[in-house]
Unconditional design. Structure first.
Length: 758
């Protein structure tokens, strides 16, 4: 096609080389075979038109556009004098619609399966891009089936009626089922440590999931590089994989992959220096580096030192900094390391330009920026600003790029955003082990503008109306949030609600009507403090006549007028499924400023997430809460403490841990303490993007006053995390209790939490 393109342009340019610009008086489209395409389709892909001056550059672009359309097999341009100007003649050979796709040479994978994998479909137009994508999909199928050396070629022929026929010729090669990986020559690291760096998996690790352990040559190359980098990070700069062998068990049996490693000697940094610095004394930098003289060389430490230097200078306005680690020999088994630095000049922030925000107001973005014009160009604050804007629900993409300024000594910042839909109307259903089946309807806007008639969008406010109804609950909730009250970094959150709760007990029902308002102030990037007021009209009613006297004594109407304050520290990388970071919250409550509930409460929660190799996530979580009464009043049962169920002790029934009456009905306690340790790992292959396996241990206790060791309950279990829709997983858990009593048996409990939206 490229040769044809060049030939077509050449034929035209030779004939027109000496011609002066002329007007195009007519365009004639000639088809090699009539009836396959309409003339209008050809002209629609051309900029050249009747009445315009002839331009070879324009015609060159038209030629490329016509071929890129995928509709044509051949295009040629000619001209002839016409009415004082010229007539442009376009000769085209149409590419026929696809009649059929054939496969030859395939025996391991059926033609039906291959045809179902590719996007080429009969009776439709096709282009070269689809052809190359189909070839890639076929090769991927063969690689996964254990044929790493398979090759695929194609040919395009004519079929009856002007249609095309595409034939894929496949050379499958020999199947290579990876049975075992053997590593030889390694003394520093064990086989297990090196295998953990590889993406290739042995058959014994995958056969439980019905998957083929194949050898993908590209993955193998990446694995070899990962192993060598692992050695370099430990100081073995000369470590290499010197041989890769495949031993087959018979002519077509499973493969043993043998990697032979030459480790070499461990290199020590004999001398460390920093050169090229002017703004900062070298000695001020050397003490802050991870790599130090006398230490074994570490590639990882060097990379982290380079990032540290970029950040260190970037905070001082040096945005053009370059760092080059230079290694030189210092004798046997030792090296000299020089961080060669080009500082450039410090910059001040000039203009901050925002593009891409068609609906969102500029001020919504600017108020999230941690850096302002006229300040030192601090790269750390620029990145913090970008992260703040990314946390807004308004945008699918956010980029902040330094650009040259018209004023010397300044750097402008270009903030480029891509907006995404922020309004939502959803209906669907959810299910959990606690509240059973729930249907819901939700209307929400996360870029709301209360004063923005008629679209009501663009100011970054949040609005939500939610209606839920199910077998065990009925809810109506309305929320409104102003994230920047009076133009200051102060969040106002308001809510009104109605809750009819049936799942808390089989012998009574609960109802709540109320509202709350709060103000939240950020204390830096990760901390915040919140204070607010809540008014709740609660009712415990419809008591079963057979209930205990303790339960009957808790019936009645309650008015709870409560002040609360909360401190939060959050550094997690995701609010739906964190992999790293931590959360800490402290909350205090005081009821009794009006109403008939007089209580005080304190709550502390903490969680820590560790991201381990192979996308394994380990997290620890704990919570403590206590409540008590003052002034001689009681504590409504719905404010007391309970444990058990999908949210904490998963091996026990909902509210199954804590004080009970003689019939086993939960009465709740004045304090609770719970903790969870959980580790989750994705399944191998693509399935791991959607399914993770978890194991966990829960422990906790609920008490009326003091705790004792004998009061603690615990469970162990396994679960699945299914990422079917979005980033919020469906949680399926099965837990076995470690302690029983007369109301809690030893049988395991199954818990499920999921929510679908349509």
């Amino acid at each position: 096609m490229q040769a044809l393109l060049a030939g077509s342009i050449f034929a035209l340019s030779v004939g027109l080389a000496d011609a002066s610009p002329e007007l195009i008086e007519d365009i004639e489209v000639q088809f090699v075979e009539e009836g396959l395409l309409a003339e209008e389709l050809i002209l629609a892909n051309m900029e050249a038109a009747v009445g315009r001056a002839f331009d070879e550059d324009v015609l060159d672009q038209d030629l490329k556009r016509l071929y890129a359309s995928g509709l044509l097999e051949k295009v040629e341009f000619f001209r002839e004098p016409y009415r004082g100007g010229l007539r442009l003649i376009v000769v085209v050979q149409a590419r026929g619609k696809l009649r059929e796709v054939l496969f030859i040479g395939n025996s391991a994978i059926s033609s039906k399966k291959l045809r179902g994998r590719i996007s080429l479909e009969p009776n439709r137009w096709w282009d070269d891009g689809q052809l190359q994508e189909a070839r890639r999909e076929i090769l991927e199928l063969y690689t996964k089936a254990g044929f790493p050396d398979a090759t695929v070629s194609h040919s395009v022929g004519s079929a009856e009626g002007g249609f095309s026929r595409i034939t894929f010729s496949i050379d499958e090669g020999q199947q290579a089922i990876l049975d075992r990986i053997s590593i030889e020559g390694n003394r520093v690291f064990t086989d297990r440590q090196l295998l953990a760096k590889m993406k290739l998996r042995e058959r014994k690790l995958l056969k439980l999931f019905g998957k083929v352990a194949s050898i993908d040559n590209q993955v193998l190359e990446d694995d070899m590089l990962a192993i060598e980098n692992h050695y370099r990070d430990a100081g073995y700069l000369d470590a290499r994989i010197i041989e890769v062998d495949r031993h087959a068990d018979g002519a077509s049996g499973p493969i043993t992959l043998v990697l032979t490693i030459a480790e070499g000697a461990r290199q020590t940094v004999a001398e460390l220096k920093v050169s090229g610095t002017e703004a900062v004394p070298p000695e001020a930098i050397l003490t802050k580096l991870q790599m130090q003289a006398g230490m074994p060389y570490s590639g990882k430490a060097v990379r982290e030192d380079v990032e540290f230097l970029r950040d260190y200078y970037g905070r001082k306005g040096y945005t053009d900094l370059h760092v080059r680690p230079i290694l030189s020999s210092a004798g046997a088994d030792s090296v000299k390391l020089d961080y060669s630095i080009y500082e450039g000049a410090p910059f001040t922030v000039g203009e901050i330009r925002i593009t891409g925000n068609e609906e969102t107001q500029d001020r919504v973005i600017r108020r999230e920026l941690a850096i302002l014009p006229g300040e030192t160009f601090n790269t750390a604050l620029v990145e913090a600003s970008a992260n703040r804007v990314r946390q807004l629900p308004n945008f699918s993409r956010v980029e902040m790029t330094p650009t040259d300024s018209s004023e010397e000594g300044y750097k402008d910042i270009h903030v480029s955003v891509t907006e995404q839909p922020t309004g939502e109307f959803a209906f669907g259903a959810g299910f959990s082990s606690i509240d059973s089946i729930v249907g819901f309807v939700k209307l929400a806007q996360s870029n709301f503008d209360l004063a923005g008639w008629p679209s009501f969008t663009g100011a970054g406010q949040k609005f939500r109306l939610n209606l839920q109804a199910g077998a065990e609950r009925r809810d109506l909730e309305f929320d409104f949030i102003e994230p920047w009250l009076f133009g200051k970094d102060l969040t106002l959150a308001t809510a009104v609600y109605y809750h009819d709760i049936l799942y808390n007990s089989d012998v009574y029902e609960e109802r709540h009507l109320g509202g709350q308002a709060s103000l939240r102030r950020k204390l830096g990037e990760h901390r915040s403090i919140t204070g607010g007021y809540k008014l709740d009209f609660g009712k415990v009613y419809n008591i079963d006549p057979a209930a205990s006297e303790q339960i009957k004594a808790l019936a009645g109407d309650f008015t709870d007028s409560m002040l609360f304050a909360e401190y939060q520290l959050t550094t997690v990388d995701s609010f739906t499924f964190p992999r790293r970071g931590h959360r800490v919250s402290l909350r205090g409550e005081l009821s009794g400023l009006g109403g008939d509930v007089e209580t005080y409460a304190f709550e502390m929660r903490a969680a820590k997430y560790y991201h381990l190799p192979l996308d394994t996530v380990f997290h620890l979580e704990g919570a403590f809460r206590m409540i008590d009464a003052y002034g001689g009043g009681g504590i409504p049962i719905y404010k007391r403490e309970f444990l058990g169920g999908a949210n904490d002790l998963r091996g026990y029934d909902y509210r199954g841990v804590g004080p009970k009456d003689e019939y086993g009905e939960a009465l709740g306690g004045l304090s609770s303490l719970s903790a969870t340790a959980e580790i989750s790992t994705p399944l191998p292959g693509r399935l791991g993007e959607k399914v993770r396996v978890a194991t966990f241990l829960d422990a906790g206790t609920v008490s009326e006053r003091a705790w004792g060791v004998d009061d603690f309950y615990g469970d162990v279990g396994v679960g699945l995390r299914l990422f079917i829709i979005g980033d919020t997983p469906i949680r399926l858990d099965y837990a076995i209790p470690l302690k029983t009593d007369r109301f809690n048996d030893s049988g395991g409990k199954f818990n499920i939490q999921m929510r679908y939206e349509f």
